[in-house]
Design a protein around this ligand. Structure first.
Ligand SMILES: [Zn+2]
Length: 239
């Protein structure tokens, strides 16, 4: 009997792990508000710039520790969550809006995608789909380079976030991918599994992913090359 229960336990652990990393979750095609692994930031002490944002529970716990420790030494410097989980539908709205504006000017699909990709992801390829990644306080490079409070915040994030499990995926000095984002931090113990699974599927059969991405322009751009660059050209510390 005990062996039987143990077997069931092992089986359910395995299936739930596999389930939590389904292709749909990797590409954000799920509802974080209905997912038991996720928690609303509105129910925590973390300052947010809008309501309705979610993160994975373990990520939230570690982020709260970082926030509290930051505030102990910098009580008057803003540490605010300005973006957390963004699912496929949410990212698709961002993409569609930018596409409308930029395509009207450039009249070329590939160039339009390149322009959007400087800062925004294609739906299905954003690390924000995973519930492991957050944007902190500002999404302006200028803020972290020139604003005195921004400079202190960025120095602290670089010095301390690894202690809580976070890495900076879009750091300086990469050859391709997104431009540097001082504000974007990723909870490595979980996001590394998402990235590994994403890469595994992509390397074995990239069409499995590509077939599910139906955003505007998807069939007029070099989608596979974009995924390769923008998903995988990140800080090696985030692998
Ligand atoms: Zn971000």
């Amino acid at each position: 009997m005990k062996k039987f229960i143990l077997l069931i336990l092992i089986f359910t652990t395995f299936t739930s792990m596999a389930d939590s990393l389904s292709l749909n979750k990797l590409i954000g095609q799920f509802d974080e508000k209905k997912d038991a692994d996720f928690i609303s930031l509105d129910s925590t002490i973390l300052p947010v710039n809008k309501s309705g944002m979610y993160l994975q529970k373990e990520v939230t716990q570690q982020l709260i520790k970082a926030y509290q420790d930051f505030k102990k030494v910098n009580p008057n410097i803003p540490f605010i969550i300005v973006s957390a989980t963004r699912n496929y539908d949410y990212q698709n709205r961002i993409w569609q809006n930018k596409w409308n504006t930029i395509f009207a000017k450039l009249k070329n699909e590939q160039k339009t995608a390149e322009e959007i990709l400087k800062y925004s992801s294609m739906p299905g390829t954003s690390r924000h789909h995973w519930g492991t990644d957050v944007d902190i306080t500002s999404v302006s490079n200028e803020y972290f380079k020139s604003n005195p409070q921004g400079k202190i915040l960025y120095q602290w994030l670089q010095d301390n976030m690894p202690k809580y499990g976070f890495c900076q995926p879009f750091n300086n000095g990469r050859k391709g991918g997104y431009l540097p984002e001082e504000w974007h931090w990723s909870y490595h113990p979980i996001s590394k599994n998402y990235l590994a699974k994403y890469k595994d599927i992509f390397d074995k059969d990239s069409q499995l992913i590509i077939n599910k991405l139906n955003f505007v322009g998807h069939n007029k751009i070099q989608l596979k090359e974009f995924i390769k660059e923008y998903v995988f050209d990140i800080n090696s510390e985030c692998y």
